[in-house]
Ligand binder design. Sequence first.
Ligand code: ITT
Length: 185
Amino acid sequence: MITFITGNQHKVKEAEKIFQKFNIELEHIDLGYTEVQGTLEDVAKSGAKYACEKLNKPVIVEDAGLFIKTLKGFPGTYSSYVQETIGNQGILKLMKDFINPKDRYAEFRSVIGYCTPNSEPEIFLGSVKGQISTEERGSYGFAFDSIFYVEEKDKTFGELTREEKNQFSHRKNSLNSFIDWYLKK
Ligand code: ITT
């Protein structure tokens, strides 16, 4: 069994489906750890270390964010705050002068931190490429999903079911990389 520390129910639902495929049971605890200011990697490492020391058992945490190239990676590590403040409409406003699809390039990135009481944290990275759409589309998913457009699907993440998003999302990629490693060790 793996313990996933997060306060985000959407992440739990996505992760549960991914772990199910490998017959790994997932427990969820919302520990409310304070995030250090730093890269996704820093946050995932320190969060995993903190939670596993606190609970004295192996844990995973995830730090994720949306990185928009034209905006020099914004909102990036500030994704949660930006989502709660200016939200998707605010992002669309910031992007309104960028008409060319290549200027609307963005990536979702996810970093999984894994730590056990007897080891230092390990991290596993995943990302997915897309574009910021010109309007919100779809009501599946959460946060930035409705403005994250994926060309191959001709849909935003908000128009994909959880199952569809889970085929190729940043979270799927980081979790699969973790699970590959975990099952081999
Ligand atoms: P925990 O730290 O408790 O796990 P959180 O919601 O604060 O939950 P993160 O710091 O990892 O999660 O993520 C930062 C924000 O990035 C998150 O609040 C969303 O606004 C956005 N985000 C992350 N993954 C996303 C996804 O799959 N779809 C849409 N937005 C996402």
